[in-house]
Design a binder for this molecule. Structure first.
Ligand SMILES: NC(=O)CCC(=O)C(=O)O
Length: 309
């Protein structure tokens, strides 16, 4: 018997992703923050088409070098948790990055997914944390990178975030004016369960502040986004830093991109600093779901519904 997928709740919005270059050699936090502020102001102008974005995204670890040895030095006390989210007051925050991003979100009246920054928790752990702000400047969520980037590819790259970071322990789904948006950070994209469970809870997009590397970037960066998009019939976006041209620090892959629910690229950048825009279109989600109705063809009699686990 033919089955039809129910339409998903949400409305169209415009996304801007800032592929931010570090200021100078990337070690000056104040300069990184000032540059991010300027680029947010540029992004809200809407590029060549002059179409203002509703949601603006920054990349992973944008205020500090991406190096396990310095995360603690750059870490800020944010003090947000799912338990304190309703009473959190940005004005009382000890985090200069949170204050600056909150002001930018409020000044421009945008949803701001503020990349990620090293966070120092009350129990002295360091997390890779992504703060999201609503257009009134409220800090509505902090996603702590759940899956730490620990890989070892001989002749390629060895990186162990777990040397100095702790993994987060909650999933992040933001309730925006446009619908639910899931947030993950970079390596989180490799775990289909995070995107899948977010989509089953109604997310229309997964957005990942990210910083892939030059070994896995060419192979997996685009593939993973297209896979998460097609599996879940949602939009998937990953926002990278621009590739550093100097120094021997971490070299990000760049290539920030947005992929639609059929796995098609809406737009992408190369490795240099830039801003990309994409329209998130509810029709595209609903057409993908009615044309290929996997959302209502699952066989939970054969395998478990992991979203209910
Ligand atoms: N910052 C990260 O989590 C990098 C992830 C990455 O490069 C990968 O291959 O996965």
């Amino acid at each position: 018997m033919a089955v039809s997928a129910p339409p998903v709740a949400g409305r169209n919005f415009r996304l801007a992703m800032i592929q931010l270059a570090a200021a100078g050699d990337g070690t000056d936090k104040a300069a990184n923050l000032a540059h991010a502020k300027d680029m947010i102001a540029q992004a809200v102008k809407g590029g060549k088409e002059g179409k203002r974005p509703d949601v603006v995204v920054l990349p992973e670890i944008f205020n500090s070098p991406y190096a396990t040895g310095v995360f603690r030095k750059y870490a800020e006390r944010i003090g947000w948790s799912p338990e304190t989210k309703d009473s959190y007051d940005v004005a009382q925050s000890e985090s200069e990055s949170v204050k600056l991003l909150s002001e930018a979100a409020k000044e421009h009246g945008i949803w701001l997914i503020g990349g990620s920054i090293p966070e120092l928790s009350p129990d002295d752990k360091v997390y890779n944390s992504s703060p999201t702000f609503s257009p009134d400047g409220k800090l509505v969520a902090v996603h702590r990178k759940v899956h730490l980037f620990d890989i070892d590819i001989p002749g390629g790259i060895t990186f162990k975030e777990s040397e100095t970071l702790t993994g987060g322990d909650w999933q992040t789904l933001i309730e925006t004016d446009f619908g639910k948006i899931g947030v993950g950070i970079c390596y989180d994209v490799r775990f289909p369960e995070l995107a899948m469970t977010a989509a089953r809870k109604g997310a229309i997009a997964m957005i990942y502040p990210s910083a892939f590397n030059l070994t896995t970037g060419p192979l997996h960066w685009e593939l993973l986004q297209r896979a998460r998009a097609v599996d879940n019939q949602i939009y998937v976006a990953m926002c990278s830093p621009a590739r550093a041209t100097e120094g021997d620090g971490y070299k990000a892959w760049g290539h920030s991109g947005v992929y639609d629910p059929m796995g098609k690229c809406a737009d992408k950048l190369e490795e240099k600093e830039g801003i990309l825009y994409a329209d998130i279109d509810m029709d595209a989600i609903n057409k993908a779901r009615s044309g290929i109705p996997v959302t209502v063809q699952r066989r939970f009699d054969i395998y478990a519904d992991v979203s209910k686990a």
